[in-house]
Design a protein around this ligand. Structure first.
Ligand code: NAG
Ligand code: NAG
Ligand code: NAG
Length: 247
């Protein structure tokens, strides 16, 4: 099957998904990847599909292909999966059976398998130590020969399973922005990229640890100045006291 035919079929399925099921009463299932959707090459990952109580059976699909079925009445199924080839587009969807028909598909989950390309460079501006309220720019960039068409860059944060942001571009750079950072934006950031239409992603970039302080630089300067004034005052007073005792 040519890629175009495959993507047309895929599009067909995608469009089909939007049509409500005949019942009109089946809940849309949800899918998630465990431990997360960004996994190293060769890793084991499992997909968990959640449907309503009373569902009888679950199916996992990769792009337009049926992969696995699990019969269970527990309302949730875990599909073990090992990442082998990485040329599939890497969109996974699931659905459940609750007679007389299959539910609609879950939203597609994108699996990103890292380790196929050299890591991108990663820069943070104005720096890794920023004050609450500042805007932080994170630049993910590659320096490869031409021949690569469209890339998608992903911003990752340690402890957050899904990518925080992504950008598809024909450039070799993506600029991510964290506007008006708060204390909870502190953490370890990295980025990866993939060639559009594949699940092959690069090695993760260097990890940058962003720290968010309560104080702006202005505040720090005024605090230090205040401290300095107190210190000088202390010295002057101490000298005055000693010279008074001495006289
Ligand atoms: C699940 O149930 C269906 C229909 O009852 C059956 O055809 C199929 O073989 C079962 N699959 C597994 C993996 O048990
Ligand atoms: C961050 O990016 C925005 C928009 O591109 C720009 O206006 C701003 O000056 C940048 N800030 C830093 C610190 O680079
Ligand atoms: C990203 O930022 C860099 C450095 O500021 C700039 O040269 C480049 O044009 C920006 N690229 C995009 C796609 O915004």
């Amino acid at each position: 099957m040519s890629p175009t035919v495959a993507s047309l079929l895929c599009l067909g399925l995608w469009l089909g998904q939007k049509i409500p099921s005949a019942e009109g009463e089946l809940f849309r299932p949800s899918i998630r990847a465990v431990p997360g959707p960004v996994v190293p090459r060769g890793a084991e990952v499992s997909f968990s599909c959640q449907g309503p109580q009373g569902s009888k059976s679950f199916q996992l699909w990769e792009d337009e292909n049926f992969l696995l079925q699990i019969n269970t009445t527990r309302g949730e199924a875990a599909f073990p999966f090992s990442v082998k080839g990485a040329n599939a587009k890497g969109h996974y969807r699931c659905r459940y059976w609750q007679g007389p028909g299959w539910s609609e598909f879950s939203a597609p989950l994108r699996l990103l398998v890292t380790g196929f390309f050299c890591r991108p460079s990663f820069l943070v501006r104005p720096g890794i130590l920023v004050a609450a309220g500042e805007t932080v720019n994170l630049t993910c960039q590659i320096f490869l020969a031409s021949g690569i068409s469209k890339l998608t860059f992903f911003l990752l944060k340690a402890g957050v399973p899904d990518p925080l942001q992504f950008q598809s571009t024909e450039e070799k750079v993506a600029n991510f922005t964290l506007p008006s950072v708060k204390a909870e934006d502190a953490g370890d950031y990295s980025c990866i990229y993939l060639v559009e239409g594949r699940r092959r992603a690069s090695d993760p970039s260097e990890v940058l640890r962003l720290e968010v302080t309560d104080y702006t630089t202005d505040n720090i300067v005024s605090l230090s100045l205040a401290g300095l004034v107190l210190l000088i005052l202390g010295v002057v007073l101490a000298e005055a006291w000693y010279s008074h005792r001495g006289s």
